[in-house]
Design a protein around this ligand. Sequence first.
Ligand SMILES: NC(=O)c1ccc[n+]([C@@H]2O[C@H](COP(=O)([O-])OP(=O)(O)OC[C@H]3O[C@@H](n4cnc5c(N)ncnc54)[C@H](OP(=O)(O)O)[C@@H]3O)[C@@H](O)[C@H]2O)c1
Length: 268
Amino acid sequence: MKTGIIGLGKMGGALLRGMLKSGAVAPQDVWVYDHHKENMAALQAEHPGVHEAESEEAAADAVEALVLAVKPHAVLPLISALSEGDRELPLLISIAAAVTLDEMEERACDGTRIVRAMPNTPCMVLSGVIAYSPGTAVTDEDEEAARRLLSGCGSVFKVEESRMNAVSAISGCGPAYMFTALDALSDAGVAMGLPRKTALELAAGTMLGSALMLEQTGEHPMALRDAVTSPGGTTIAALNALDECGFRNAWIQAVKSAVRRAEEMEGN
Ligand SMILES: NC(=O)c1ccc[n+]([C@@H]2O[C@H](COP(=O)([O-])OP(=O)(O)OC[C@H]3O[C@@H](n4cnc5c(N)ncnc54)[C@H](OP(=O)(O)O)[C@@H]3O)[C@@H](O)[C@H]2O)c1
């Protein structure tokens, strides 16, 4: 499927690289537009054959599906500009946080097919999590096409749009929480005398293995936790210390803050 992307920044770059790496799209079927030539040059060095579109409009005209990966404040002006002259647009996939389907559909010509998606940066290594909600004009075929493209980069979930800010606060922002946790855990290892590299490898391997264990066993996290928590042992001592420091509450407050911020951004 001929696929375009406008905005090749952190998230757009991760998503497109995932789609290319997984083979969900072939380089010769990709059109990209970004203000920054260096982003394009880096992509073309990795994936020769990708086309550079001359403008946002040229990208829209060349493809069947167009990913909008610009900052949230730039999405609505971009859709307005693309829709000038009643241009019939390809299937649009917006990944912007806090920009609703209603707002996007209002800016586009009647019948424009828009999918709102929320990916995360692990899409770059094909282990992303991507939630999406289809707009009013999206057909089953469009939805299937969007799912096919996105699933090259990871697991795809359909969600009600009203849940999108919560999704964004968990999986969209989530890699930042995980990296912070990994840094804190490796810092603790360094404080206890481990070399930094070893501490970080131990922490990252443990996070990866634990997530895989949860996924593959289908067990509740507390059951898996119990299995490694001997009475009177070291793990329960550590878990008690985490509780004393408000560990669980810190995560809950982080997610609530991200949702509140998304709601404020929606109001702007
Ligand atoms: N980062 C994440 O983890 C994440 C996760 C989920 C969703 N998202 C969503 O992904 C979107 C992109 O975020 P990001 O972090 O990738 O931002 P970013 O790194 O700033 O990338 C956006 C890129 O698009 C370019 N751009 C802006 N307007 C353009 C236009 N009209 N035509 C062509 N290029 C244009 C920007 O150039 P200029 O800098 O010159 O404007 C920049 O290179 C946002 O809407 C965000 O909500 C991000």
